[in-house]
Design a protein around this ligand. Structure first.
Ligand code: SF4
Length: 235
């Protein structure tokens, strides 16, 4: 598994290059809220919703003390506004009760497993959201698994699982150091541009040689649209 991950990472970097990573890591709570906003929408819309929140409120305490309807209004563009506003409010209330730990500074002292356990105790925060905070904010060696990462890794044959969370636990048992950001980010690009759910394009895929998928598609398709904007690298 470890060797295959390294090989796939190498091939993806050759094809897409090493993905952009901001020099300054965002605060864990900023990242957590941005990731909640990104659920079930595209990166552009969740980025706008995040910017709206940051422009309207001076800090997260103001968000906690605000009316849920106002939060919903500011994040409407990201979809599921009412649900996401409740998740954010509930999270901030719980963190406040937990000793105003808005910095989530306790996370840097915990290992990945304990950090995931801590974050997923909050309603609306799943394994993917928690692992994004660890990777993008705390620079931990961890590879979050969304629907693209789950689908592509199953097609390639690296895992045989039936849910993103199972794929996550499978590949993170012993993830090779230093490549989790590039591996995760480039696999999402692969899933958005080439190894799409339907109409996937094996003829132009950089992983063709290593992919074990039985049902490859070699029809000639139009060139894929590049989708390289990644919300979590822009928080
Ligand atoms: S070869 Fe085809 S099925 Fe395999 S990863 Fe590439 S696009 Fe997906």
């Amino acid at each position: 598994m470890k060797k295959s991950i390294i090989l796939i990472d190498k091939k993806l970097k050759k094809h897409f290059s090493t993905p952009f990573k901001a020099n300054n890591s965002p605060q864990p709570l900023d990242m957590l809220i941005a990731t909640i906003l990104s659920q079930n929408t595209n990166d552009q819309n969740s980025f706008k919703a995040y910017q709206n929140l940051k422009k309207y409120f001076n800090n997260w305490e103001e968000v906690k003390n605000s009316d849920t309807n106002i939060i919903e209004d500011k994040i409407r563009i990201a979809g599921l506004g009412a649900q996401k506003a409740c998740t954010i409010k509930n999270l901030l209330d719980e963190l406040y009760k937990d000793g105003k730990n808005y910095s989530l500074s306790n996370l840097s002292k915990l290992n990945n497993e304990k950090s995931i356990q801590y974050l997923t105790q909050f309603k609306g925060v799943g394994v993917k959201t928690a692992s994004c905070v660890l990777l993008f904010s705390l620079n931990k060696n961890i590879c979050p698994v969304d629907t693209h990462v789950h689908r592509t890794l199953n097609r390639i044959g690296l895992v045989k699982t039936n849910s993103p969370d199972k794929t996550f636990f499978e590949i993170n048992k012993n993830f090779p150091p230093k490549i989790s950001h590039s591996f995760h980010t480039n696999l999402i690009r692969l899933g958005r541009e080439i190894c799409k759910p339907k109409n996937y394009k094996c003829s132009i895929c950089p992983l063709l040689e290593v992919c074990e998928f039985n049902n490859k598609n070699f029809e000639i398709n139009k060139k894929s649209k590049q989708q390289s904007f990644m919300l979590l690298d822009n928080i």
